[in-house]
Design a protein around this ligand. Structure first.
Ligand code: ATR
Length: 272
């Protein structure tokens, strides 16, 4: 990488940010097209986000991805939020220009592209969605656009009810209530990040016909149990890559081939 006076700066802003794989594959994408640009991790505490947002603008940074816990604030502070981001209520991609800051949400696109490899036809599909946080909103938005029927479960019942009212889906008190009726199970909760996390439901009740997707991008107890049961499964890595491909397209107008970003991440993970 040759940095010089005209190198464009991009990055990912979050707290914490050390675990992020985005710098790995976004820098690979810039190199692949010989673009004079660099993509850096930007760790910003919640109370500093406002200052950082205007700082990025003043510094002439071209674009950033935004991750936890700043996605809602990023949308609020932007000048031109796109209608998908507004409907989801958060932005994960900002593009800085002389007219102002454009805000997008590419999580829902990343989710759909990844999911369609597992389930090509989503119309009428019965889905059990676990979780009612920020990523659940993007997933719900995507599924409802595709015409899926969503049953939503969340640890905090009230949050599930609020989301269901907004996106017209059905709240369930326990995931087990609808397991027999659904074809797809999607986990958007952070449960499973740590091995000691309790199961979200009795994983012994999974059937080989269930398709299972977990937004966490490595094996979780849910994914492992599903595999043992013979279910087709997918972790969150493809969603991460596809949302990143879409952000890259927004910034540069260029579509990065999937294999370029996938290989970059696999190579990185092999060494760390
Ligand atoms: P994200 O943007 O990744 O969705 P978030 O908005 O903080 O993050 O939402 C986290 C989600 O994971 C919530 O649905 C949360 O449930 P609550 O609304 O009850 O807090 C869920 N979650 C986190 N830890 C969990 C656990 N141990 N068991 C079940 N759900 C959990």
């Amino acid at each position: 990488m040759n940095l010089d006076g005209s190198t464009e700066v991009y990055g990912v802003i979050g707290y914490p940010i050390r675990h992020s794989l985005s710098p790995v594959f976004q820098n690979k994408a810039f190199r692949h097209f010989s673009l004079n640009a660099v993509y850096v991790p930007l760790e910003v505490k919640p109370e500093e986000f406002h200052t950082a947002f205007y700082g990025l603008k003043a510094l002439g940074v071209k674009g950033v991805n935004v991750t936890l816990p700043h996605k809602e604030r990023a949308l609020e502070l932007s000048d031109f939020p796109d209608h998908h981001a507004k409907a989801i209520g958060s932005a994960n991609t900002l593009k800085f220009s002389s007219e102002g800051v454009y805000a997008y949400n590419t999580d829902w696109i990343g989710f759909l592209k990844a999911l369609k490899k597992l389930v090509p036809e989503l119309k009428g599909l019965k889905v059990l969605l676990l979780g009612a946080g920020g990523s659940s909103r993007a997933v719900l938005y995507a599924l409802k656009r595709e015409g899926s029927v969503v049953y939503l479960w969340n640890r905090t019942w009230q949050k599930a009810c609020m989301l269901c009212e907004e996106f017209e889906c059905q709240v369930v008190e326990r995931p087990e209530e609808v397991l027999k009726d659904v074809e797809l199970i999607v986990n958007t909760t952070s449960s499973g990040l740590r091995e000691e996390d309790r199961s979200l439901f009795d994983y012994n009740l999974l059937e080989p016909e269930h398709k299972v997707m977990d937004l966490i991008y490595r094996d979780t107890p849910l994914i492992r149990s599903a595999r043992v049961k013979g279910c087709e499964c997918k972790d969150g890595l493809d969603m991460l890559l596809y949302q990143g491909i879409e952000s890259f397209r927004i910034w540069t107008g260029i579509e990065v081939p999937y294999h370029v970003v996938k290989d970059a991440v696999l190579e990185y993970l092999e060494h760390f």
